[in-house]
Write a protein that binds this ligand. Sequence first.
Ligand SMILES: NC(=O)c1ccc[n+]([C@@H]2O[C@H](COP(=O)([O-])OP(=O)(O)OC[C@H]3O[C@@H](n4cnc5c(N)ncnc54)[C@H](OP(=O)(O)O)[C@@H]3O)[C@@H](O)[C@H]2O)c1
Length: 264
Amino acid sequence: MSGGVVKREEMTVISKVWNDMHGRGDVLLSCAKSLKDLRLDYIDLYFVHWPFSNYHAPGCPGDSRNPDSRPFGAERYLAAWRQMERLVDTGLVRAIGMSNMTVPKLEAVLPSCRIKPAAAEMELHPCFQQPELFEYCVKKGIQPIGFCPMGSPARPDRDKTPGDCVDMRDPVIVKIAEAHNAHPASICVKWAVQRGQIPIPFSVKEGNYVSNLRCAAEDPLTPEEMDEIKAADKNCRLIKGQVFLWPGAKGWEDLWDINGSITK
Ligand SMILES: NC(=O)c1ccc[n+]([C@@H]2O[C@H](COP(=O)([O-])OP(=O)(O)OC[C@H]3O[C@@H](n4cnc5c(N)ncnc54)[C@H](OP(=O)(O)O)[C@@H]3O)[C@@H](O)[C@H]2O)c1
């Protein structure tokens, strides 16, 4: 920006409040620190990263547990969300979002939100399409943002379990990639964009991140290919979130309200 290459208003800057900063006053502190670190006056979209307030050390193993962990509580979450809303009021943040929510959790908090989430970040890739959550957000006017859009092949070992799907080697994705003379990664991005979510693929290689941008704007998938990918859903969650489990929880499924109500 200082070199005149890009103007602030041409960029969308997104950040998140970390899991151990949900307490009274902490959300504001957290945002102020991010603004200082980024040397910016405002953030375009600010997320609550996980719906569980919890500290775990970066890189900790999947079986590490915080003894203070608790199941989801709508009032606790809303206490953090009210601070998020104040960030919008002050102009420090333009829009706010939620991440790693479920339909029952959204149902529990949305009626009490003075400012509705503009976006919901969730795991979305061909082998894990979360149709119910996706449709719910679309109906509520909340933009779905899909993380791990290529199936996160380089995710930490703690998030790898036997039986996990590999999107970029899925026969349907490989076949469609061959038909388009494209990398399977491009097919994952095209599918996501055409379905209506915003994928956030990660890459450290210029060739890959440029290709990820370009493929979204050219050579679209046919309706038949979209249908084939829809049918390839394996309901295979990769980021299970074990470190958020509370004493007495049975397993990572408890974090995701699989039975249609908030697991306590
Ligand atoms: N909200 C949450 O709780 C949450 C959870 C998980 C992830 N996320 C975020 O979601 C984003 C993406 O997640 P992710 O990195 O785990 O998964 P991903 O985007 O599905 O996969 C990234 C991997 O795919 C490779 N890749 C990217 N573009 C490629 C291409 N065109 N051709 C071949 N390989 C390609 C990358 O390798 P190279 O770098 O070698 O290209 C990298 O190993 C990240 O920003 C992450 O922070 C959010």
